[in-house]
Design a protein around this ligand. Structure first.
Ligand code: B12
Length: 145
């Protein structure tokens, strides 16, 4: 039995995984919170390093810990269902709460304006992204769907 082949193969797999991870983690993305609907209006953007394996919630905590303009956010946990694995629903950012039936915090790719198909627990920003929370009127959501 040639054990050296097996060991070389295993080493190659580890090196490959390492290189892929470092490629995924390298780079920056932009993160914004945007409320141009109601007072107090704001549009704040920061550039962050992609961290492996960071979801949007991870960065929301990090910006609140680091930048005083990003003050707080609120969320509710929805357990695993047929539509998603256990996830957090974000209901307020920087003290601006959604108004049920009227407005909600929408997670978008800012450059295209496209809505993310998953929420804060599951979207993992990648290098070059511009991820934004945008306070949106519910009528805009109904028009999209
Ligand atoms: C209605 C609806 C909404 C409404 C909810 C308020 C309302 N007026 O009812 C609004 C428009 C606000 C909304 C927002 C979002 N939604 Co929505 N929504 C739905 C929808 C069509 C029906 C939910 C429902 O009423 N179920 C029936 C009730 C009885 O069950 P329930 O458990 O109480 O439902 C609640 C939760 O579903 C919760 N909710 C709604 N959306 C989301 C998203 C996430 C990530 C979480 C944790 C909870 C949550 O609000 C519902 C009412 O309280 C589902 C599709 C579906 N078929 O389930 C998508 C759905 C749940 N939403 C989805 C998504 C992605 C979002 C957003 C992240 C979109 C975005 N990019 O902004 C945002 C949430 C952002 C945030 N602030 O955290 C996805 C989740 C997929 C996933 N794997 O994560 C679904 C499955 C649609 C899809 N793309 O397939 N949503």
């Amino acid at each position: 039995m040639d054990f050296s082949f097996n060991i070389n193969f295993i080493l190659m797999v580890f090196v490959h995984i390492g290189v892929c991870n470092s490629l995924i983690t390298k780079g920056e993305f932009q993160y914004s919170i945007k409320n141009i609907l109601n007072e107090p209006k704001f549009f704040l953007t920061v550039t962050l390093d992609v961290e492996y394996p960071g979801n949007v919630l991870h960065y929301m905590e990090a910006v609140c810990d680091t930048y005083q303009e990003f003050t707080n956010f609120s969320m509710t946990y929805f357990p695993k269902s047929m539509h998603f694995n256990g996830s957090y629903y974000v209901s307020a950012i920087n003290g601006v709460e959604e108004v049920p039936g009227e407005t909600y915090w929408e997670l978008i790719e800012h450059t295209s304006g496209k809505q993310m198909q998953v929420g804060a627990s599951h979207y993992k920003p990648r290098a070059g992204d511009h991820v934004a929370w945008n306070l949106t009127s519910l009528s805009a959501y109904q028009a999209q769907s």
